[in-house]
Design a protein around this ligand. Sequence first.
Ligand code: GLU
Length: 446
Amino acid sequence: MSRVHVRFAPSPTGYLHVGNARIALANWLFARHAGGRFLLRLDDTDRERSKPEYAVAIERDLGWLGLDWDEHLRQSDRLARYAEAAEALKRAGRLYPCFESEEELRAKRELRRKRGLAPVYDRAMLALTAEQRRAAEAGGKRPYWRFRLSDGAEGWDDLVLGRRQVKLAAISDPVLIRADATPLYTFTSVVDDIDTAITHVIRGEDHISNTGVQRDLFTALGASPDRIRFAHLPLLVGSDGEKLSKRLDSLSLRGLARDGVEPGAIVAYLARLGTGRDPEPMGLAALAGDFELGRFSPSPARFDMGQVLALNRRLLQVLPFAAVAERLPPGATEAFWLAVRGNLDLMSEARGWWEVVSGTIVPAEVEGEAAFLHTAEELLPAEPWTGEVWQQWTEALKAATGRKGRALFRPLRLALTGEEHGPELAMLLALMGRTRAVQRLRHAAA
Ligand code: GLU
């Protein structure tokens, strides 16, 4: 087989969400695994719904995930090519002009339903004579164009779902060209997949019936649909088993970025979602090395934000200082990062801990602990401190007060950090220094 060539083909009509990201990622990992090429194709022929700002956002969001592309194509640059392909279909009698309005079509569907027939387009316009067409056009109507589907069925061996078949008779002849002459995705996608010699189409299960239609279109355009392998990833459902599609807007990549979720956690989670393997905090290169379409289960995959956050936490625990330095508050050191990284759910929480070690937080009074905290202040070693200061201090406190465990540590933690939980106090204390520690012990004793 020729070198792997895949495409991710979003329509720039909205922002990317985790469902789109999963498809983009599967294509990217598949290409990188095979040493193939990844094309980013913007399906932007819908003039009303496509917006340049969405195209920009899509590219930015893919970049944020760490997905790069080897080629870039915009369908709006290829309108002449689609017009030419449409002419070929017309000449072959596969594209026919239609004039029915939305209301007429709706009425026909209703009628068929009442008669117990499937609401499929009845091909009435195939019988249109040249004269009738002239008359319609003279009345100011412009035709839109439908593709005459073949009889029978289209079947293929799906790389994820196994053997699949679509009965073409159960589908209405699809509109490929609108009355304003703009071509529709169903058509432009096939022209591009042929012209760019795509080897694998990896997309969501919602495209199954499109695949039946598009395979028929491949043949009509003189290409063999078997040159391309199809892989449809099952849809995502929420943790309650409900379809995720309605909630996807709230799972946009820009929203997750704003919430401070690491792109690495999202890709590591999505790469294994639906494969039965637990996600691991792995980088893109490792994920690519490990990627196989055959591992995806044919049943819906459950998207669980809790798991993404758990992975986010694990990822932060192993991120080196160099990878995060730019995003830490100004002045934050490697020692600080190493002290706090094990205790963060989200990167943004590092800011709070930076305040604890370098700012002027004022802890609340720790009730009933005034005497203990005074003793703690008195026993706090003088500077300069060594790495042992916490050890020395708490040993001395233990000896003086007889306290140990929680009774010893809880009031110190509350006084020094204002929090019940957090990074190891030994590290925090060394970072905050004696002056801050003394002030806080006094405040908490007040
Ligand atoms: N533009 C189509 C979509 O966003 C692409 C589907 C495909 O991969 O063919 O659904």
